[in-house]
Design a protein around this ligand. Structure first.
Ligand code: SF4
Length: 384
């Protein structure tokens, strides 16, 4: 295992990992690619405790369903990585993503895991020539599909052995038994363009993302042989104590497996309604209608040196004012880490005040500057 830690640089294509944490405004950030996104409650509790011991105790589940630990230091990153690897299997090499319920989803058209495993195995040597962000999505096209996540190469099941393949902006072509061979050929073409190349360099941006809708991962889900209960971390983040308490509750209620899922979610396999009540009491999102699902927020001044406002605390306070169907981004500064895309309403910290941007990004010029005591009324009044 490569435990000699390198620090991820900020060149195009850099990506934080357990081996190469990335410097951020609140220390070093490590992204954990846990094999299959599957983890037991005691493993999750142990990682949360390690996050407090070696980092600042903040743990995130990203929009793509990866676990992230923040606030590590150059000295603590290596012991943290060693301890994590003693607990769980970490995936390396090419990122090949499948939906969190792959193989268990009664609505999926095909189980994507065998093809994904073949692509992973066949790309081992190629992976060193590809940038760390190059991503292949193999999607069974079921209830929790990955249609809203960008991919360099996307293989979406349309039959038991039929895959619609898209590469960047290049439109779908139908692949059958040749899906593995064609995928590898495209990966080689990307690698031949250099270590920073993406599919967009071959075929333009992935406009296929968000083309079809996926169901929310939050709430009750029916699997082939059991059920799952999806919850989400508010603003994608939790402190270690709440996550340990959640994992302990899962164990108490007989849950033996948790799955990391896109959109900051965690699926408890076989969980009962009592687990859901415990999760809600701990502050986790347990309803798809929770307005916090429509809000993005970074830690802001509570943990980031660049933060001008306590963005996440503000977001929690403002959630009840957010009109239905509107999205809100509360950003500690103009960098907009939590949501690089436009939001219906953005509040961005500027010299202790809140810049109001309608239909734009945190870096855009605000239409107004507001004080903290004006925000609730501004949102409730339907700004945007
Ligand atoms: S957007 Fe938030 S996390 Fe990013 S640099 Fe600014 S304050 Fe820090």
């Amino acid at each position: 295992m490569p435990l000699a830690l390198a620090i991820a640089t900020h060149r195009r294509g850099a990506c934080p990992s357990l081996d190469s944490p990335m410097q951020t405004g609140d220390g070093f950030l490590a992204r954990l690619r846990i094999a299959g996104g599957r983890i037991t409650p005691p493993q999750l509790a142990a990682i949360a405790r390690l996050a407090a011991q070696h980092g600042n105790g903040l743990i995130e589940i990203t929009n793509r369903g990866n676990l992230q630990v923040r606030g590590l230091t150059p000295a603590s990153s290596a012991p943290f990585a060693r301890a994590v690897q003693a607990l769980v299997t970490i995936e390396r090499g090419l990122v090949v993503e499948t939906p969190p319920l792959a193989g268990d989803d009664p609505t999926e058209i095909a189980d994507p895991r065998p093809l994904a495993a073949s692509i992973r195995a066949a790309s081992i040597l190629l992976a060193n020539r590809l940038g760390p962000k190059v991503t292949v999505v193999v999607d069974g096209n079921g209830r929790l599909n990955l249609s809203r996540l960008k991919a360099d190469i996307r293989l979406t099941a349309i039959g038991s052995d039929q895959w619609a393949c898209s590469v960047g902006a290049r439109s779908d072509r139908i692949l059958r038994t040749e899906a593995l061979m064609i995928t590898l050929r495209i990966l080689r073409q990307i690698a031949d363009l250099g270590p920073e190349a993406r599919a967009t360099d071959l075929a333009g941006p992935d406009t296929n993302a968000r083309r079809s809708k996926a169901t929310s991962p939050i709430g009750a889900l029916t699997l082939r042989t059991t059920t799952a209960t999806g919850i989400a971390l508010p603003f994608g983040s939790s402190d270690h104590a709440a996550l340990v308490a959640l994992a302990d509750a899962a164990t108490r209620h007989g849950v033996t497996e948790l799955r990391l899922a896109p959109h900051h979610a965690l699926l408890a396999i076989g969980a009962s309604a009592a687990f859901l009540a415990d999760a809600a009491a701990l502050g986790f999102i347990t309803s798809p209608d929770d307005p916090r699902t429509r809000i993005s927020a970074c830690i802001g001044s509570d943990g980031c040196a660049s933060g001008e406002i306590p963005a996440r605390a503000d977001a929690a306070r403002l959630a009840s004012y957010l009109p239905e169907n509107r999205t809100l981004h509360v950003s500690g500064c103009t960098k907009g880490c939590a949501h690089p895309r436009p939001a219906d309403i953005t509040l961005v910290g500027q010299a202790g005040l809140y810049g109001l941007v309608i239909g734009g990004r945190a870096g855009d010029t605000p239409q107004a500057l507001l004080r903290a005591d004006q925000l609730g009324a501004a949102l409730a009044g339907g700004q945007g």
